[in-house]
Design a protein around this ligand. Structure first.
Ligand SMILES: [Zn+2]
Length: 300
């Protein structure tokens, strides 16, 4: 008796690879297949330890903790394959989990803070700002750098001169915070910033004298420059303006600026009244709303 094996349902399409029925070779064979290694066989180029040969770690060398990453808690320093015994002075100290690390060198402890500086550019002004977290060293270095910049660059402009003191004072808070931090733990991924000299040993500190000098110059200028309204007989004057737009100032009679000597002063804008003063060749009249005065001037 003959039996007909069950036929697949009628396929209207010509037979395609991957169509009905299993492909001729369904499972890859280990033997002779490139790129596969049967279990228990060494990888190409890999040697199994021979008899009496110590089993050494053959993988990539153990790596140091990457930047900003604390050491893996399960990994014991000094117990890695192929590592020399633990040498504490070369091992980075692990930051506690979740501890803030310095944004600039990765060390800890660190605090969050914003350090500011100011630059006056006559009309424009520039606000400088650097945000943390900072370790003690990077924090103090940044406060010193920013404040030093503000000390001599922060004054140049009327608005800037007013803002600059507040900008510099705003760094006192962060500076106190940084000072309270202990030194960064050794072995940080990066090198902390260079502290540089203390602020008051930098030449920039002389910049603090800029506003003082400007104010002093204005005050001294006002004190020493006497306007013509206070000129009395016997004083010497100079014309700081022009003939048509005179600006008469009282100056010291011994100074080379002295141009004229005040021979007399009349409380009137009638310049002919100067005729009473012998030698008066020039008159200077200042008219006010109600009254005026005239200086009768002669050669020095
Ligand atoms: Zn730092």
């Amino acid at each position: 008796m003959t039996t007909t094996p069950p036929q697949p349902p009628h396929n209207p399409y010509p037979a395609q690879p991957g169509g009905y029925g299993p492909p001729p070779e369904q499972f890859p064979q280990y033997a002779g297949q490139p790129g596969t290694v049967p279990p228990g066989q060494p990888m190409p180029g890999q040697q199994l330890p021979g008899p009496g040969q110590p089993h050494e770690y053959q993988g990539p060398p153990p790596q140091q903790a990457p930047y900003g990453q604390p050491f893996d808690q399960g990994q014991q320093p000094g117990q890695q394959f192929g590592q020399p015994p633990f040498q504490p002075q070369f091992q980075p100290q692990a930051a506690p989990m979740g501890a803030m690390q310095c944004r600039f060198c990765g060390s800890f402890p660190a605090v969050q803070a914003t350090v500011r500086g100011h630059m006056g550019l006559l009309i424009l002004m520039r606000f400088l700002k650097l945000e943390g977290p900072f370790c003690r060293t990077c924090g103090i270095a940044t406060v010193r750098e920013m404040t030093a910049k503000s000390m001599w660059q922060g004054w140049w402009g009327i608005g800037s001169a007013i803002i600059n003191p507040f900008v510099m004072l705003s760094n006192i808070g962060p500076w106190k915070k940084f000072n309270e931090l202990p030194e960064p733990a050794p072995g940080a991924p990066g090198r902390p910033m260079d502290l540089g000299k203390p602020l008051f040993k930098r030449p920039a500190v002389l910049g603090l004298l800029v506003p003082v000098l400007v104010i002093a110059a204005i005050v001294i200028g006002n004190l020493t420059t006497t306007t013509s309204s206070e000129a009395q007989a016997g004083d010497c004057v100079k014309n700081a303006g022009t003939i048509s737009d005179p600006d008469v100032k009282v100056v010291d009679c011994g100074s080379p600026d002295a141009e004229y000597k005040v021979l007399g002063r009349v409380s009137s804008s009638v310049s002919s009244l100067c005729d009473q003063y012998e030698g008066a060749t020039v008159t200077y009249t200042e008219k006010r709303r109600a009254t005026g005065y005239t200086l009768c001037l002669g050669p020095k």
